[in-house]
Design a protein around this ligand. Structure first.
Ligand code: NAD
Length: 498
């Protein structure tokens, strides 16, 4: 059986802990490889490599650091088909969707090509008599990233690209479900000219994560995954004196106003609800039509489209979506659908028994649509992370607005309307981090920042954009007096600008 190890000190290394986890082909249910689960010692070895390499990298001028990313972007484009296929083979999503995953990461790499400008400091001449004051941004030293299974290309690049461009070394702990792509990305970074030891990929589970969170040489930790683990990582990292940003789960609503273009809204819901089998943190999982008539029209138009979704393995170029990632995920989703029926929601489209000929052991769930869902139901409160859309009918705009506002999560939300006043009011009042106006998945581009509110995010700086430069650097402020010969008496009171 093929074994996937780690990437430490500029090369692939085999795992030595003796512990592994199965990597499946979600379309067939077969175990296609075993991934090594690092021990504390293996994690420490990676950190030692990073620590040895980092000072020289930090001292490399920012233009040279940027050039590695220019080359890396080129390599990503050259290898796009290979990378997307590798990603799909472990994740299960379609190859076109995997290209989107890689491209969204590539765009962050393009953004950090501007690092000479992005990490520039500030300077005040004459802040006092012969005094100049300047602030510089220095790398935190060693950064770490812990990433989820659903975007094994984009999310590692969200983290390692700005961290490395800022002059840090980096330890990436990817998801154990789809670990091959991150290792391939590290190989390409070396090919692009990155010195060995600056980007290390350590595969593992809680043991590796806990070793990261307690390692005295790691200065900052970025996490993306489910909310309970995000909360745990944030608390543990902070209590160990580390800077942390931790992003968790979501339950994204889409409000459909009576004046919305219904065909546009339905198409948006199809892509945002069922693309990637609903396994996106920005997937829309709750549709909120305003008014009975809007709701009836919506459900009527949605149902046949969901019934005719094309579901297939990643090798099917025409598939709209693939299987979910593991048998555990499959069972959890089926359990939640059954719970929704028990709780009295109306299952308008039932995808529970979907089977694909030739792939009977794959983890395929057919598209499901629930109507008459209420806020007390489990299927409304819980992130299902599968191809299941819930319709919650609202009587009016205020009731619709109150739903995402009262929900535990606050990642993304969308409103579909032709009314600019309503859209503006919604964007201003809703307590959610990312808002779409006639845009169903409002994932900000690389030069803006990505992050939710409430239980979707812990920490104050977001992913990518200028926030990421702040997160991966520390500010140092220098107050300097030149010429040094200026004389004065000893001053015993707090110096102020008189
Ligand atoms: P997960 O929380 O199970 O795993 C995320 C990472 O944490 C993995 O690297 C995993 O190995 C590690 N981990 C798992 N259990 C751990 C434990 N007990 N202690 C320490 N580390 C542990 O998440 P997942 O299933 O891989 O990803 C799906 C989740 O991620 C969903 O909730 C989704 O909404 C969320 N997500 C959020 C965003 C965002 O930006 N907010 C983006 C993508 C995914």
């Amino acid at each position: 059986m093929r074994e996937i190890g780690h990437f430490i000190g500029g090369k692939k290394v085999a795992g030595t802990s003796g512990r592994t986890s199965d990597v499946f082909n979600p379309a067939t249910g077969e175990v296609q490889a075993k991934v090594a689960l690092a021990s504390v010692e293996e994690l420490r070895a990676a950190v030692a490599n990073a620590k040895a390499a980092q000072p020289k990298w930090a001292a490399t001028n920012p233009q040279r650091r940027a050039r590695v990313f220019f080359k890396f972007v080129d390599l990503l484009n050259q290898h796009m088909d290979e990378l997307a296929t590798l990603l799909s083979s472990e994740h299960g999503k379609t190859v076109e969707d995997s290209k989107g995953d890689v491209i969204r990461g590539l765009e962050v790499c393009e953004f950090v090509c501007g690092i000479p400008h992005l990490a520039k400091g500030e300077f005040t001449e004459g802040a006092g008599p012969a005094i100049d004051m300047y602030s510089i941004r220095q790398p935190v030293g060693i950064g770490a990233g812990i990433t989820p299974f659903n975007f094994p290309g984009m999310i590692p690049m969200w983290m390692f690209a700005p961290a490395i461009a800022c002059g840090n070394a980096f330890i990436l702990k990817p998801s154990e479900r789809d670990p091959s792509l991150p290792i391939r990305l590290a190989e390409l970074m070396i090919e692009a000219g990155l010195p060995a030891g600056i980007l290390n990929v350590v595969n593992g589970d809680k043991t590796a994560v806990d070793a990261i969170l307690t390692d005295p040489d790691i200065g900052a930790v970025s996490f993306v995954g489910s909310t309970p683990i995000a909360r745990y990582v944030y608390g543990t990292a902070a209590s160990n004196g580390k800077r942390a940003q931790c992003f968790g789960g979501a339950k994204n609503h889409m409000i459909i106003m009576p004046d919305a273009d219904m065909d546009q809204a339905v198409n948006a819901l199809m892509g945002a609800g069922y693309g990637s089998a609903g396994e996106r943190c920005m997937a829309v999982s709750v549709a909120v039509p305003v008014g009975e008539e809007t709701a009836n029209r919506l459900v009527e138009k949605l149902a046949p489209k969901i019934e005719s979704l094309r579901i297939g393995p990643y090798t099917d170029e025409k598939a709209d979506m693939g299987p979910v990632v593991t048998k555990d995920a499959y069972n959890r989703i089926q359990g939640l659908i059954n719970k929704g029926i028990e709780e009295g929601a109306k299952l308008v489209v039932d995808g529970r028994d979907f089977k694909l000929q030739g792939y009977e052991d794959g983890y395929f769930v057919g598209g499901c649509l629930f109507d008459n869902v209420t806020p007390e139901m489990e299927i409304y409160k819980t992130e299902i992370f599968g191809p299941v859309l819930s319709v919650v009918r609202a009587h009016n705009y205020e009731e619709a607005l109150s739903l995402p506002m009262k929900h535990e999560y606050g990642n993304g939300v969308a409103i579909f309307t032709r009314d600019g006043d309503a859209a503006r009011d919604f964007a201003s009042r809703v307590n959610i981090g990312m808002i779409g106006i006639n845009v169903p998945i409002p994932v900000p581009l690389a030069y803006h920042s990505f992050g939710g509110w409430k239980a979707s995010s812990f920490g104050d700086l977001n992913q990518h954009g200028t926030d990421s430069i702040k997160f991966w650097t520390r500010t140092k402020t220098v107050t300097a007096r030149w010429p040094s010969g200026i004389k004065g008496d000893a001053e015993f009171v707090m110096p102020t600008m008189k």
